[in-house]
Design a protein around this ligand. Structure first.
Ligand code: GLU
Length: 298
């Protein structure tokens, strides 16, 4: 009789924060930074920082350095080298080649105007296939299936990819790598086990899971934090509320994020400098309290 194999040890927790350097960190991104840091530390995990600098036209010079300086001021230090996506071209190329070889990705000459009749959703190429004058993008052929996941805060979240999203752009016609490809390749390459980020990305998660399946890489656990809205209930843009952060004492910023994560004020530790305070906060943090919507009182 063969012995049952011992249960495999749980994967070590590796979390991350992945800002795009389009400006200073705003309230929503600081909430994602502190929320992902707390979640990782609370579970005894590591926390990595990755700069998603793949879209030069949208980036601001010096923004990445300013974002890292803000994190340092808040006592949030990465456990390892900071990764810059702009230096990882070869990895994205390899992933795209694999998908092309396996027939899961394809070159596409469709323009937005071509797709207008299908609400901008790509389900099949409609451009003349041999119109060599058109530059090509590359897309993932999405499955005819519902793809979903269980979010501890938002519950079951599902999308019918083919019907509602369409074939996902992996490399744009202007030659830039798409966020969806780079984020999946890097989360896999960095061994990320838990993605904790803003709810504005809930919508992207099913397509990232489809891409993970196509690339045969593991799917991390996903948790989406409440959105930071302005007084009128609109999502904060990068420019709004950003300057406000660097002008405020770190304690005020961290405490406001703590309350926004549904944590009680009584559990907020006494100020002992940024590093010691966030460490004490991680011990008191209760992920089960994270709300779907940011409390209005925070
Ligand atoms: N770079 C993305 C952003 O700043 C976040 C990516 C992610 O967390 O998956 O919105």
């Amino acid at each position: 009789m063969t012995q049952p194999s011992p249960p495999s040890p749980p994967a070590p927790y590796i979390g991350r924060f992945a800002p795009s350097p389009t400006g200073p960190l705003h309230w929503g991104s600081v909430l994602a930074a502190f929320g992902s840091w707390l979640h990782a530390r609370h579970h005894g995990g590591r926390w990595l920082v990755r700069i998603e600098d793949l879209d030069p036209p949208r980036e601001r010079p010096g923004a990445a350095a300013a974002q890292l300086a803000t994190l340092a001021r808040l006592g949030l230090h990465a456990d390892g080298e900071i990764l810059f996506q702009s230096r990882r071209n070869a990895l994205y190329r390899r992933a795209l080649d694999t998908l092309l070889d396996t027939g899961l990705a394809f070159a596409c000459r469709c323009s937005r105007t071509d797709l207008a009749a299908s609400d901008g959703i790509h389900r099949a190429c409609v451009a003349v296939p041999d119109d060599a004058l058109r530059t090509r993008s590359f897309r993932l052929r999405v499955p005819e299936a519902v793809v979903g996941f269980d979010d501890p805060v938002h519950g079951r979240f599902e999308q019918h990819l083919r019907r509602d999203v369409g074939d996902v752009v992996l490399r744009r016609a202007d030659g830039l790598w798409a966020y969806q490809l780079a984020v999946v390749v890097d989360d896999a390459a960095q061994g990320i086990t838990h993605v904790v980020r803003g709810a504005d990305l809930l919508d992207s998660t099913p397509r990232q899971i489809a891409l993970q399946h196509a690339l045969r890489v593991a799917t991390p656990a996903y948790l989406h934090l409440p959105l930071w809205r302005d007084a009128e209930g609109r999502k904060l843009s990068k420019s709004e509320g950003a300057e406000a952060i660097d002008g405020q004492p770190p304690e005020a910023v961290l405490r406001r994020c703590w309350l926004s994560l549904g944590q009680p004020l009584e559990a907020w530790p006494e100020w002992q400098g940024a590093e010691a305070t966030v460490a004490a906060a991680a011990a008191a943090f209760d992920p089960a309290r994270i709300p779907r919507e940011r409390p209005v009182s925070a």
